[in-house]
Each structure stands twice: as structure tokens, then as C-alpha cells.
Write a protein that binds this ligand. Structure first.
Ligand code: SF4
Length: 256
């Protein structure tokens, strides 16, 4: 049995988002507390899923049947924390075998050399690792855990053939521009060609921090850009164009 409990499809880029149950961090602004299902789904769909009972995690065979019905080119594996699922390498191998490029999003804490080796062997195309803070005290206060393993695993991943992307969240009052610059310096010390994405914080779960302005995110990106070749930020982009987010699993029928 996998830990997969929700699959959504994005019509703008032939991709799916696969959500895995459970996480080893306790981030103060975690959206999962507010909405367990993909928060890009329309609110009425999320509410219906929240109220429904009686469906759970998929077996690998059930997952395969669903994927074969879809015509997708990319799968983003997230959640939750996918690396907690012992079936993750099998999920990656299945998708890549069907011609679906996989991108794992992870907090990086549970990775280790053995798991990284298995994921590389399974054909994983890319990893987007979130580095919440370079300062360990800030990292501990936000996630409940040290960042030591995250930084160590990031260095290990950079030596593989898996495409590595770093990601951080700008949180005004906690992870500010100077902290983003320290993370960028760390990433540059590994390899300045690693792309770095900066997201603006979205205040979920009664978190005490506000959403940054577009100017604040742009400024943080400029600081990171002093050290790295490729820096992007969601606030700096003009949007996703026309897209529809469709719930695939649990199905409407299952949701009742
Ligand atoms: S790593 Fe992601 S899923 Fe886990 S607690 Fe933090 S925000 Fe939530």
C-alpha cells in the first residue's frame, strides 16, 4: 500500500499532483492543517472531499490503473512528505516507465544515501527540495526540527544525475531577505547553477505572519541572484494562464 490519498490533474501543462499522507515536520504555517486536499482545487470540491468518508490510500496496482487512464506528461509528488512512503521508489519507477516525468517535492529531512540511490535507480527526473531556513534556530522554530540533515542531503543530491532545484518561502518577520540570501549562499557553495525558487508565504493555519508583497519577494530574489545563476519567484511571474485543476482521486463518486 502506498501513502497516496489524493491525485489532481492540471490542464495547462498535462501534469498531475500526487499527494502522500503524513509529514515528519510540524511547520507552523502548514496548509495541510487547513486543507488536506490539493489547495488549488475549487473550494466546493475540497469541502465535499473533507466531508466524505470511506476512501483511503491507494495500492500500487490501483495507482497504476488510474495513471493509465490519464494522458499526462509530468507528475509532481508532494503532500505531505512523500519520502516517508516506503513505496516511493516503486511509484517513481512506475510513472517513469509509463513515460511520465517525475518531480519530487520534499523537505529533505528523511532522505539518506540509500533512499537517494533507490530514487536515482528508479529514474526520478527531478527533486525540488525546500530549505526553510539556513539559521538552525529559525528552522527549528518553524518546523520543529534541525536543518542539519536537510543541508547534508542537499549536498548528496547535487552529486546525482537527478535535476535538483532549491526552494524557500519568504516569511516576513521570520525568513526575511537576509535569510534567503544566506540560503542562496549555501546553495551556491554546492553549485551556483542549481535553480532556486522563492515562494511568498501564504498564511494558513492561523500562522502569525503575513503574506509578503510582490516587491518584498522581488527584492529577496535580487539578493539571491547575487549568488546564483537562476532564481525565480512565483510573485515575479504573471500567473499560470488558463488552467483547470481537476480532482482525480478520490473520485466524485467515491466522495459521495
Ligand atoms: S513540510 Fe510541508 S507538509 Fe510538512 S509540515 Fe511543513 S508545510 Fe506541512
Amino acid at each position: 500500500m502506498t501513502r497516496i490519498y489524493n491525485i489532481t490533474q492540471y490542464t495547462n501543462d498535462d501534469s498531475i499532483y500526487v499527494l502522500f499522507e503524513g509529514c515528519n515536520f510540524q511547520c507552523k504555517g502548514c496548509y495541510i492543517q487547513e486543507t488536506k486536499y490539493d489547495y488549488h482545487l475549487p473550494i466546493d470540491v475540497r469541502n465535499r472531499l473533507k466531508k466524505s468518508k470511506g476512501f483511503g490510500q491507494l495500492s500500487l496496482d490501483e495507482f497504476e490503473i488510474i495513471i493509465k487512464r490519464l494522458r499526462v506528461k509530468r507528475a509532481v509528488l508532494g503532500g505531505g512528505e512523500p519520502t516517508l512512503d516506503p513505496e516511493l521508489p516503486a511509484v517513481v519507477e512506475l510513472l517513469e516507465g509509463l513515460g511520465v516525468k517525475t518531480l519530487l517535492t520534499t523537505n529533505g529531512h528523511a532522505l539518506n544515501e540509500k533512499l537517494i540511490g533507490k530514487l536515482e535507480e528508479a529514474g526520478l527526473s527531478g527533486i525540488r527540495m525546500s530549505i526553510r531556513a539556513f539559521d538552525d534556530a529559525i528552522h527549528r522554530s518553524y518546523t520543529g526540527h534541525t536543518n542539519k540533515l536537510v543541508l547534508k542531503n542537499f549536498r548528496t543530491l547535487a552529486k546525482t544525475r537527478i535535476r535538483l532545484i532549491a526552494e524557500s518561502i519568504l516569511i516576513p518577520g521570520l525568513v526575511e531577505g537576509n535569510e534567503i540570501e544566506k540560503i542562496a549562499e549555501f546553495v551556491a557553495s554546492v553549485n551556483p547553477a542549481i535553480p532556486y525558487r522563492i515562494d511568498g508565504f501564504i498564511p494558513f493555519n492561523d500562522a502569525p505572519w503575513k503574506r509578503p508583497s510582490r516587491e518584498e519577494v522581488t527584492k529577496a530574489a535580487q539578493l539571491a541572484n547575487k549568488h546564483l545563476w537562476i532564481v525565480c519567484c512565483l510573485h515575479c511571474e504573471t500567473g499560470h494562464g488558463e488552467r483547470e485543476v481537476i480532482n482525480i482521486y478520490p473520485s466524485r463518486r467515491d466522495a459521495g
